[in-house]
Design a binder for this molecule. Sequence first.
Ligand code: NAP
Length: 243
Amino acid sequence: MHVLILGGTTEARALAGLLHGSGDVRVTSSLAGRVASPRLPAGEVRIGGFGGVDGLVDWIRAHAVDAVIDATHPFAERISFNAALAATTAHVPLLALRRPGWVPGDGDDWRSVASLDEAARALDGLGDRVFLTTGRMGLAAFADRPEWFLVRSVDAPDAPMPARTEILLDRGPFTLDDERQLIRHHRIDVLVTKDSGGAATAPKLTAAREAGLPVVVVRRPPVPEGVPTAATPEEAAAWVATR
Ligand code: NAP
């Protein structure tokens, strides 16, 4: 059985490890190629876009893929949409592996927004020093903002970006102590994040709560209609086992 994992997440890597380790599944992980030196999963790896839905359908057929698992980031909307169309066209089963989103707790001051543009507008009146953790690709949405931004990303962002920006190149997981110190050191007034979910980047939310900071949280796009989901790599591996 040949399983194609659309990856780029911690969970995708864990799933590749589980399936590869089981010994009876051929697993290929696909990465978009956005990160300069990605952490590579176990099993076979291919890197780069497929060339839209048609390219993905061709790849599935040419490599005799029996099942596809979309384990991309919850905000990687286009590839998830492409995967849904391609799986239907190529008549292969598709599962979406999505780690659960974050839920506000007691003492959290979260402002839920639908997009990065809305997140930028939500900054009005929340302070001058913004900790922006939404990734380097969406910085243009904040380019016209007057605030000072601390932008944390894995690779250096390209312009356009806000005029007053400091870049912090780093990759999770992050500890609570580090996040506390970072918020203190940079005198952060407000945190902006996507609802990525998962433990690796959650400590910033705890640190923001402790510091009494508002958090602007960008909601997730929906999983394409009709696509079943699993919340953990183990659940996804169990789905493969039933095939
Ligand atoms: P996207 O907007 O949904 O996809 C844009 C295009 O990138 C797709 O049409 C596809 O090109 C290619 N692509 C995306 N994921 C791919 C994969 N796993 N394998 C092969 N091609 C892929 O994606 P994105 O938001 O730019 O994210 C790119 C990658 O980074 C994803 O794999 C995702 O898991 C990871 N990531 C994203 C975020 C985020 O916040 N968006 C955060 C962390 C990690 P073709 O149409 O040519 O096939």
